[in-house]
Design a protein around this ligand. Structure first.
Ligand SMILES: [Zn+2]
Length: 283
């Protein structure tokens, strides 16, 4: 008789964020845990036991050097201080200081910040605004556990996306309530209607930005809303989170995958937070 359930597996290596691919043909998103060179497809592990053990080692996700502590989700301290991707302007793009000549890595910025960015509305735990590099759609939404998303504007640079996001933030949050997201009690929204409602309020702010950056710099998109579906057998009613720094070995039955979280019957864990941690995963 053929065994349809995947056989036991063990992988070991330093964690990078899970690869999440949108589901095809009505299937939920497909999750792959990545530990060093080793990969483990998690969808087929649902409903089964999974153990994750931190060996105590952390390697910088950029330079590979051993570090006692992880900074900015996966970097050693020297990289954290030196890399443009760890600078505060990445989180607050409106504070971009490239033109002052103080960018930490101008060449990196050319490749990452001076590329088309998308300003979107999403529903992960309610309506929120966000920005991402055009090439990161829909990965960014899946990483956040959004169940709906709608691209609204395309702009030329990360800084411009920051200015547009600032306008939206006067009306709508840019945060996800991760506990609510993990409980799965999100109410379906009419994102195109929300967009139209917000655009009417932001008209003069947008006109000012277009005057500053050029009319074609901030382009209204006519993209359809996207629905995203996650492999979850059962949502937790109470969200308890695991912490590898305090408890290096965690385990339980894998009940679901949403955003960068594993949902176990014993608690949830945000794997992205442990980027660079060397772990052993038995499933
Ligand atoms: Zn480093």
């Amino acid at each position: 008789m053929t065994e349809s359930i995947a056989s036991a597996a063990e992988v070991q290596g330093c964690l990078t964020k899970m690869a999440i691919a949108p589901g095809q043909g009505g299937e939920p998103a497909r999750y792959t845990l990545r530990a060093g060179e080793q990969h483990l497809v998690l969808n087929e592990r649902l409903g089964r036991s999974l153990t994750l053990t931190w060996t105590g080692a952390i390697a910088c996700t950029h330079c590979g050097r051993a570090t006692k502590k992880s900074f900015a989700q996966g970097y050693c301290y020297p990289c954290f201080k030196k890399l443009a991707q760890c600078d505060t302007c990445i989180m607050k793009p409106e504070t971009c200081h490239f033109y002052e000549g103080t960018c930490r890595e101008p060449e990196w910025a050319e490749r990452h910040c001076f590329q088309p960015h998308v300003v979107y509305l999403a529903n992960a735990s309610g309506l929120k605004v966000g920005i991402t590099r055009g090439s990161q759609v829909p990965t960014r939404w899946l990483d956040q556990g959004a169940v709906q998303a709608l691209p609204v504007f395309e702009v030329d640079t990360r800084q411009q996306s920051g200015f547009v996001e600032m306008l939206f933030k006067e009306q709508v949050s840019d945060r996800t309530n991760w506990r609510a997201m993990l409980k799965g009690d999100t109410v379906e929204m009419d994102l195109p209607a929300e967009r139209d409602r917000l655009l009417a309020r932001l008209e003069s702010g947008l006109a000012n930005l277009r005057e500053r950056f050029g009319h074609d710099a901030i382009r209204l998109l006519d993209a359809p809303p996207v629905t995203l579906d996650y492999p979850v057998l059962e949502y937790p009613t109470k969200v308890v989170s695991h912490n590898l720094d305090k408890t290096p070995e965690i385990g339980g039955t894998l009940l679901g995958l949403k955003g960068q979280y594993l949902i176990l019957d014993s608690g949830v864990i945000n794997l992205r937070k442990y980027t660079g941690y060397e772990v052993k995963v038995a499933a």
